[in-house]
Design a protein around this ligand. Structure first.
Ligand SMILES: [Zn+2]
Length: 219
């Protein structure tokens, strides 16, 4: 598959059964049932949305970036990407994408990496791994720090150079761009709407995103 596959959705937001704005820097945890469709909207543009998925019936079976990359033979996520779990199951399939490129190599920001990459005094700054952990602990599922694997960064542009270099570039997303996924099985979705202020992944200005859920045609 190619790196960019722009597809718009026919779904009407008025028909969504769930709609929630995740504030800049906030987290969100929510079940998505098999057959339902999840849309994440980058309301103001250039916002990284750090995301994880778990099999709702087996939390140890969770999103796995290596299986996902190997399965599709491409390092970027876009329409047609199947999000594969650690046990080889298809969790969700990206069915629409108006941004065209999403990262799954860069990982989530952490207070530790902020200190190493930017400055010791950045260590107090709010980071995605804290948001992931706070949401997991607020959810009555027995999930904790060890249950945070490598994630997806929706709307984040991390181009890999021909030499294999990894760069955090300016976002290619714009206000209103969205990505939409069909749940291939019951999953639990965990989002950290990235609070990062030290690199261009949020254009140095974290902003809110919108999540919508529809009951799909097969339900
Ligand atoms: Zn982050």
């Amino acid at each position: 598959m190619s790196g960019i596959n722009l597809v718009t959705s026919a779904l009407d937001p008025a028909g969504a059964i769930y709609s929630e704005i995740i504030a800049a820097g906030d987290s969100w945890i929510h079940p998505i049932n098999q057959g339902q469709i999840l849309r994440i909207v980058d309301l103001e543009g250039n916002q990284a949305v750090d995301t994880l998925f778990y099999n709702a019936h087996d939390y140890e079976d969770r999103y796995d970036f290596q299986n996902t990359i190997r399965n599709q033979g491409n390092i970027y996520l876009t329409t047609g990407s199947r999000l594969i779990s650690s046990k080889g199951n298809e969790l969700l399939t990206i069915v629409a994408d108006t941004c065209g490129r999403h990262d799954t190599l860069g990982g989530a920001c952490a207070t530790e990496s902020n200190q190493v990459r930017y400055a010791i005094e950045k260590g107090h700054m709010h980071a995605c791994r804290q948001s992931f952990l706070a949401a997991l602990l607020s959810f009555d599922g027995g999930l904790a720090k060890r249950d945070i694997p490598n994630n997806i960064n929706f709307f984040m542009n991390v181009p890999v150079t021909p030499e294999g270099g990894l760069t955090f570039a300016d976002g290619i997303s714009e206000p209103g761009k969205y990505v939409e996924m069909l749940a291939n099985r019951d999953v639990l979705c965990l989002i950290s709407n990235c609070p990062q202020l030290n690199n261009p992944c949020n254009a140095y200005n974290p902003t809110p995103v919108l999540v919508l859920i529809w009951d799909g045609p097969n339900v």
